[in-house]
Write a protein that binds this ligand. Structure first.
Ligand SMILES: O=C(O)c1cc(=O)[nH]c(=O)n1[C@@H]1O[C@H](COP(=O)(O)O)[C@@H](O)[C@H]1O
Length: 235
């Protein structure tokens, strides 16, 4: 089974990392048909943006709720059950076994797919060491992805740098969702593990999460169209 969307537009997830609902609605209107999949993360969710999921879905878009849950199992399960009512396609949790198990159990039958965030794309080996971990990025991502698959997680969030290795380990039926996407020449910012759209697709990513290269572009629609064209050419 393959879960890779056939339309290249459906493989680009635009992060609505903007200060509020008005700015998010303006961006969605600007992008029009060039984007079909949107992510609501901390910035918009904490600015009252979660209910916007309903509007996006009514408008025919897919929605990814990125709250990166991590708490005791009971709290995670109750949170997931609430989020499932929004009708979104994806929700992130951190890839800790207790958290993943609670989220998978609570989402069962709801249509909400749970993505496990392995190692944030702003981390490198030194950052993991500083945080007290002994494994490096590649090994930690692989270990967490294996645990996620055993628990029944629907998708993995990692850097595209890990996509080829994870594809070999996990096979085709778990979605690989990769942020840290940077078209050639664009500013890297706080990301440390980055790839161009074309290289990420070639490495085996199913979905590319793109924030600032679209949101902060002088012409967001042209930036989104260029990324979709790159995805199409590499597919
Ligand atoms: O879960 C995520 O979406 C995520 C995981 C990760 O490891 N790294 C990461 O950057 N993200 C998100 O992906 C988006 C990347 O944004 P840009 O760096 O602006 O393209 C942001 O909304 C991040 O919160």
């Amino acid at each position: 089974m393959t879960i890779t969307p056939t339309d290249p537009r459906d493989r680009m997830i635009v992060a609505l990392d903007v200060p509020g609902v008005a700015e998010a609605e303006k961006l969605v209107a600007t992008l029009g048909d060039s984007a079909t999949f949107y992510k609501i993360g901390y910035q918009l969710a904490y600015a009252g943006g979660l209910p916007m999921a309903h509007d996006l879905i009514r408008a025919g878009k897919k929605v990814f709720i990125d709250l990166k849950l991590h708490d005791i199992g009971n709290t995670v399960a109750n949170g997931v059950a609430g989020i499932a009512k929004l009708g979104a396609a994806f929700l992130t949790v951190h890839a800790y076994p207790q958290t993943m198990k609670a989220a998978v159990e609570a989402s069962r039958g709801s249509g909400l797919q749970i993505l496990a965030v392995t190692v944030l794309t702003s981390y490198n080996n030194d950052d993991l060491k500083e945080a007290g971990y002994t494994l490096g990025v590649a090994d930690m991502v692989a270990q967490r992805a294996r645990q996620a698959r055993a628990i029944g997680i629907d998708g993995i969030v990692c850097s595209a740098e890990e996509s080829a290795n994870l594809r070999a380990i996990l096979g085709r039926d778990i979605a690989l969702v990769t942020p840290g996407i940077r078209p050639a020449g664009s500013a890297v910012g706080d990301q440390k593990r980055v790839m161009t759209p074309a290289r990420a697709i070639a490495a085996g990513s199913d979905y590319l999460v793109v924030g600032r290269p679209v949101v902060a572009a002088a012409d967001p629609k042209a930036a989104a169209q260029a990324i979709v064209a790159e995805i199409a050419a590499a597919s």
